[in-house]
Design a protein around this ligand. Structure first.
Ligand SMILES: Cc1ncc(COP(=O)(O)O)c(C=O)c1O
Length: 448
């Protein structure tokens, strides 16, 4: 067979799943019995057989506007025909500047400057590198230590897994970045079980930063990075007052504070950014995912004016930050971002999320008391349900819930360990919330 024919034959082969090594997936189980998606519209995915699956997770916490929304699709199509790609090193195109201005306008205070990357992982590495370079330029190059948090998720780059705190994402990958410490995570079931929104207990856990400062001295610490709401570990809303306390301690010691808002950005908690919900201004915000409703890969960092200005020194022709990606500010991603932000504004999706939060929380909490339900947490349009593990099979019950949810109940959910996470597109209706909760109830009973 010629190479071309070989290719064609392979494209047409309906069930050759061998070549793609799927990310964060049980590959062998998947390839034995795949969960395949072929199209989507608004709140639903559609399987190749035509089954409609209610999207309980906005894809991967990214399709906040719902799927295949006409204005976003049209903006991408138009952009592809007009300008496919232009380099971001030493050249620019208008839409990346427009999008940066729009994002900066959504961000609080003087978070005025946007550096584009292509994913959350790249956004995190970018923020960590900016922090280190910033201190270098300020003549405090000994500030190299980075502080993350147990159970934190900051993507999969070496920077992100070093400051991250999820053991399986770290333990296989060697010595990681040197000079990283971790704050304790903020979850305590005995004190917080079945909390709606921010738990009352736990603000004092921020004080552990003082212990780390005492151990190393503030003059060695560049930055603290946290998710305002820890998402991937199983949804841990911050305890009341925790983030303010962290900000205060950072200020006291001149340490930069980075919020990783890859999940919480663009409306998930009822505000443009969690920084606004919690009234805490970080020095940098990492974003990705919902910036363009998950349609074209994009991420980035929003930096405060003082950080940007620190770099804008020296001769005009010299590059100020030796960092960037071929696809930083890609035209398709930027066009999609502009259309998405328009849609968020026109449909008031952030405000709508804030209004829906109590309805959502009540609906999800109605699952309390079902077999194996150990805890439920809700915040914004986010919920997590902890299930009791099967003896000798940690993660198995939730895996079955995810699998059966898709096959038998036409619902897509996300799992981590034995926790189910639900984070639907922000366009979900109240009827669809009821439908989603009803499906969850059946799924939880099915895996009891
Ligand atoms: C808080 C946070 N940071 C970073 C990332 C990594 O993003 P990506 O998968 O786009 O690299 C994620 C992904 O879920 C995330 O939740």
């Amino acid at each position: 067979m010629s190479a071309v024919h070989d290719h064609l034959a392979r494209d047409l082969a309906p069930n050759d799943l061998d070549a793609w090594w799927l990310p964060f997936t049980a590959n062998r189980a998947f390839k034995k019995n795949p969960r395949m998606i072929s199209s989507a519209k608004d709140m639903h995915y559609v399987t190749p057989e035509g089954r409609k699956i209610l999207d309980g997770v906005a894809g991967l916490w990214c399709c906040n506007a719902g799927h295949n929304r006409a204005p976003i699709v049209e903006a991408i199509q138009k952009q592809a025909a007009e300008l496919d790609y232009s380099p971001a090193f030493q050249f620019g195109h208008p839409k990346a500047f427009q999008l940066a201005s729009r994002i900066a306008a959504l961000a609080p205070a003087d978070l005025d400057h946007v550096f584009f990357a292509n994913s959350g992982s790249e956004a995190v590495d970018t923020a960590l590198k900016i922090a280190l370079a910033y201190w270098n330029l300020r003549g405090q190059g000994q500030r190299t230590r980075l502080i993350g948090r147990e159970r934190g998720y900051h993507g999969v780059g070496f920077g992100g897994i070093s400051v991250g705190g999820i053991v399986n994402n770290r333990k296989f990958f060697g010595s990681l970045l040197a000079g990283v410490d971790h704050l304790p995570h903020t979850y305590n079931r005995a004190e917080q079980a079945f909390s709606k929104g921010e738990p009352e207990w736990g603000a004092h856990l921020a004080d552990d930063l003082e212990r780390i400062v005492t151990l190393h001295d503030a003059s060695t610490i560049a930055a603290v990075i946290v998710e305002p709401m820890a998402g991937s570990t199983g949804v841990l809303p911050p305890p009341k007052g925790y983030l303010k306390r962290l900000r205060d301690i950072c200020d006291k010691h001149g340490i930069l504070l980075i919020f990783d808002e890859v999940i919480s950005g663009f409306g998930r908690l009822g505000t443009a950014f969690a920084a606004e919900r919690y009234g805490v201004i970080p020095d940098m915000i990492c974003f990705a995912k919902a910036v363009n409703s998950g349609t074209v890969p994009m991420g980035g960092v929003i930096a405060r004016k003082g950080i940007y200005d620190t770099f804008m020194k020296g001769p005009d022709h010299v590059i100020e930050l030796f960092h960037g990606y071929t696809y930083s500010g890609h035209p398709l991603a930027a066009a999609a971002g502009l259309a998405t932000l328009d849609l968020y504004r026109e449909e008031k999706l952030f405000e709508r999320t804030a209004a829906l939060e109590p309805v959502w929380a009540d609906a999800i909490m109605s699952l309390k008391g079902l077999p194996n339900v150990l805890d439920i947490r809700t915040v914004g349009l986010v919920a997590a349900i902890d299930l009791a593990s099967i003896p000798d099979g940690v993660g198995k019950r939730a895996y079955d819930a995810m699998d059966r949810g898709f096959r038998d109940h036409d619902l897509m959910i996300r799992i981590t360990g034995d926790t189910i996470a639900v984070t639907p597109p922000l366009v979900i209706s109240e009827d669809q919330i009821d439908e989603l909760v009803d499906k969850l109830r059946k799924i939880i009973l099915a895996v009891a």
